[in-house]
Design a protein around this ligand. Structure first.
Ligand SMILES: Nc1ncnc2c1ncn2[C@@H]1O[C@H](COP(=O)(O)OP(=O)(O)O)[C@@H](O)[C@H]1O
Ligand SMILES: [Mg+2]
Length: 288
């Protein structure tokens, strides 16, 4: 991955709102994303995730700093519509499909104005709907589809112009767990089979864990950036930040045993857990 070209780079990007009491939605963000990455941007509500994603997709402009996407400095692009249509595929929490168009027609929307014939647009839309598993729903209107199916149409639409990057803002946010998992399966398979770089904003740790790298934001800043080694390692990271984890790392074994009660091997169990936790804690320290 280190050798892949950089597709997104930001340099001290800020985005402030208001002029009286200024809200620092982004407060100096530096990030690098390489081609083919599958990454999650996590963080509490209001931490700046959507603001960052909108800036990367040129839907908004930064107050300060520089953003380079697919080799282009966003500040110098003349035709932003064209840039967005060719480079970025957007997926939002609410799919915002056009209600009067069929699934196929919705997928064709971003292809208009790209010099593609009607016939080719139709074929491409049908092909994409097959990829997302909706071959039998091409002529349905959004209202005739379930939430999960509508979101799959939105993913197919995002793929219309073979974008270098897919930016998805809470793509599973309005779906039940199973439909959410299916959307993640789909995004994962697109990432693996087409090599599309995918950035997903989510506040759901289960969604984030399905990617390969997690950036965490707080108060407009990136406060953590780590590769996903596996679900259990992610659990250990959470444990390291919990009260139990703090006690283990501090070596507060007597207090632990008082709270948990003693068992024949509890001292040994605590020691083993602590050794794993220490490894993760080192990671957290070096990456933060
Ligand atoms: N258009 C806007 N005008 C004023 N403040 C905004 C606007 N959009 C976002 N903000 C503020 O910027 C901060 C970050 O918002 P946002 O990026 O939407 O957070 P997230 O997506 O992480 O929930 C919040 O404090 C939010 O209230
Ligand atoms: Mg948001």
């Amino acid at each position: 991955m280190e050798t892949q070209p950089v597709v997104v780079a930001t340099y001290q990007v800020t985005r402030y709102y208001g002029d009286g009491a200024v809200v620092r939605a982004l407060d100096g963000v530096d990030m690098v994303v390489r081609k083919g990455e599958f990454l999650a941007i996590m963080g509490p509500s209001g931490s700046g995730k959507s603001t960052l994603l909108n800036l990367l997709g040129a839907l908004d402009r930064p107050t300060g700093g520089r953003i380079v996407v697919n080799g282009e400095d966003l500040a110098t692009i003349r035709d932003l519509d064209r840039f967005r249509a060719r480079t970025i595929g957007f997926v939002f929490q609410l799919h915002n499909l056009l209600p009067t168009l069929t699934a196929r027609e919705n997928v064709e929307v971003p292809m208009h104005g790209q010099g593609i014939s009607g016939n080719a647009m139709r074929q491409r839309a049908e092909h994409l709907l097959e990829i997302v598993g909706l071959a039998d729903r091409m002529n349905h209107l959004p209202a005739q589809l379930s939430g999960g199916q509508r979101q799959r149409v939105a993913v197919a639409r995002a793929l219309a112009n073979s974008p270098a990057i897919i930016l998805a803002d809470e793509p599973t946010g309005s779906l039940d767990t199973q439909s959410g998992n299916e959307i993640m399966d789909l995004l994962e398979s697109i990432n693996q089979t087409q090599g599309t770089t995918i950035l997903i904003v989510t506040h759901d740790p289960r969604v984030a864990r399905r990617t390969r790298r997690i950036l965490t934001m707080r108060d407009g800043k990136i406060v953590d950036d780590h590769p996903v080694r596996g679900a259990v390692w992610e659990d250990l990271r959470d444990l390291a930040r919990s009260r139990l984890g703090e006690m283990l790392l501090r070596g507060d074994d007597e207090a632990l045993l008082t709270q948990l009660g003693t068992a024949p091997d509890s001292a040994r169990a605590i020691a083993v857990l602590r050794s794993w936790l220490s490894r993760v804690a080192q990671d957290i320290d070096t990456l933060a």
